[in-house]
Design a protein around this ligand. Structure first.
Ligand code: B12
Ligand SMILES: *[C@@H]1O[C@H](CO)[C@@H](O)[C@H](O)[C@H]1NC(C)=O
Ligand SMILES: *[C@@H]1O[C@H](CO)[C@@H](O)[C@H](O)[C@H]1NC(C)=O
Length: 440
């Protein structure tokens, strides 16, 4: 006992290590499930026919297990799409018309991805990407306007992602941009069709925690940021349902990410019940959407997008991800047909109504496809590719005008809003689906 003063810090460190391991303990029976999720995300990353998605890369980086080779390849593909000038591989100068013009959210996700890869940001192109994001955020801010009467060009979810991305890179954001988000949060402006969006609250909350942890703004702004973190936490906890879900099951991954970032742990009931709900839904095969899956994986490891800020890549080691698969929905049953009543409305106008016959297990998208093939009464519709999958953008030639805050909402008669998109939702026999042009 020569140096008794040395023991205390050691004990403290030991305690810290020990508890931090314990605080995100994954029950053995769930581990395989989570590894299956990881494995499926890696398979998608390896599929060259799909456009690379920065949120998928983020998920792989925030996992506890790594296939470093595949992650590196995926990062290269991402850079080729987002910053083709840097393409080292082909040697062919990239066609500027093929260059992606990412919006606020996508650019923010790409910058988060670069941080998750511990990439050196001190290159002209990467600096340009940061400047570009600042520019986009400024445009969004101007669009919101004075007294926060307006809205961002995209939405507050992407606006928050942008602030978060600059923050994890330790880049300065215009304080006025931050103030607008604070004010919107304070005045409950994160609503999509009258219901508060837990996803947006969580993303804004992550941005606020990041700003709180890297104080560099005027004192009064920092005070407001800390208050906003507390408010976001209270609102998210309040959105908890009896099943332990925050908002709906698809906003729960980001809600749990936020709660992790704000310091909640498994030994707190509100947190562990959210986690249990996620695992159970994963087991039931409820998570079919790849974007949501990529928001889910970090949550299951008690991590959040904020954790990329402190990512140290040297300590990550290769650990083979077992080749596993998640449970799938039953799939199409060609031996049984079902009928779906489909209708499309714009205000009081009925644009389309028909009963469509499809094999059981068909997705809503397959119902639309079948309806389009009907000779007597063909449905006309359009979709657009997004990171979340195909979005329904037009029905019978009706599309929201550019800049108009309207969309084709998916409903089940009489008025329940679907919580999945056309590619994932599986209607049951005799269901009555309404496509309704709605403001948001
Ligand atoms: C903002 C938002 C909207 C806005 C988007 C408009 C806009 N210009 O911003 C509005 C209100 C229109 C909307 C609509 C819908 N949404 Co929404 N939306 C979001 C939110 C909060 C952020 C999306 C975003 O900006 N992402 C960031 C950028 C970088 O990614 P992106 O792919 O480029 O973003 C575009 C797409 O996400 C698209 N989009 C938005 N929602 C959806 C849903 C689906 C299924 C698809 C394919 C595309 C899509 O709009 C974005 C902007 O153009 C997410 C939350 C989340 N956790 O991701 C929910 C979320 C993606 N939406 C969801 C749902 C269910 C819908 C609807 C199907 C609801 C309905 N019953 O009609 C509709 C889509 C219907 C259709 N026509 O296909 C779910 C999806 C769950 C799942 N299982 O996949 C989420 C996760 C919310 C939730 N927790 O329930 N949404
Ligand atoms: C299902 O419907 C299609 C189209 O109407 C028809 O061709 C097919 O024979 C039906 N299948 C069954 C099993 O009834
Ligand atoms: C749906 O309609 C019922 C009956 O008209 C009503 O009581 C309920 O509030 C409505 N729900 C929503 C989400 O609009």
């Amino acid at each position: 006992m020569g140096f008794p003063w040395l023991q205390l810090p050691f004990l403290f460190l030991f305690h810290l290590l020990f508890t931090s391991v314990q605080l995100c303990q994954i029950p053995a029976e769930n581990l395989q499930l989570i590894q299956s999720l990881n494995s499926e995300l890696l398979k998608i990353a390896g599929d060259g026919s799909q456009e690379p998605d920065p949120s998928l890369y983020l998920a792989l980086r925030l996992s506890n297990q790594h296939n470093l080779e595949k992650e590196r390849e995926y990062l290269n593909r991402l850079s080729d799409v987002f910053q083709p000038q840097s393409s080292r591989s082909s040697g062919i100068p990239s066609d500027p018309s093929h260059r992606k013009k990412p919006g606020t959210g996508e650019l923010a996700l790409y910058l988060l991805a670069l941080r998750a890869a511990c990439q050196n940001m001190d290159t002209p192109e990467r600096n340009r990407a940061v400047t570009q994001l600042k520019l986009l955020l400024n445009r969004e801010m101007k669009h919101i306007g004075h007294k926060e009467k307006g809205y961002p060009i995209t939405n507050y979810f992407q606006y928050s992602l942008g602030i978060l991305a600059l923050c994890v890179h330790n880049k300065r954001t215009d304080p006025e941009v931050i103030r607008k988000l604070l004010s919107a949060e304070h005045h409950d402006r994160f609503n999509h069709h009258q219901t508060p969006s837990v996803d947006t609250e969580a993303m804004a909350g992550l941005a606020f925690i990041c700003l709180e942890q890297t104080p560099r703004y005027p004192h009064n702004l920092q005070v407001s940021v800390s208050r906003a973190v507390k408010r976001a936490k209270a609102k998210i906890l309040e959105a908890r349902t009896r099943d332990g879900v925050y908002g709906n099951i698809y906003s729960t991954p980001l809600a749990v990410q936020f709660l992790s970032a704000v310091g909640m742990r498994q030994n707190q009931q509100e947190f562990s019940s959210g986690m249990a709900a996620l695992r159970q839904s994963l087991e039931q095969g409820d998570f079919q959407n790849n974007l949501i899956r990529s928001q889910l994986l970090p949550a299951l490891y008690c991590k959040s997008y904020l954790d990329v800020a402190s990512m140290t890549c040297q300590t990550q080691t290769e650990s083979s991800v077992p080749d596993l698969s998640l449970p799938k929905p039953q799939g199409i049953d060609p031996t049984r047909n079902i009928s779906i009543r489909l209708e499309a409305r714009k205000a009081s106008q009925l644009l389309y109504q028909h009963v469509v016959v499809v094999p059981r297990g068909s997705s809503l998208l397959e119902v639309l496809e079948a309806a389009a093939k009907d000779v007597q009464q063909p449905l006309r519709y359009e979709t657009q590719k997004t990171l979340s999958g195909p979005m329904l953008t037009g029905v019978m030639g009706e599309k929201p005008q550019e800049g108009e805050r309207k969309y084709w909402r998916l409903l089940r008669h009489p008025n329940s809003s679907l919580d999945q998109g056309i590619a994932e939702y599986i209607p049951q026999n005799q269901e009555h689906i309404i496509l309704k042009m709605t403001s948001w």
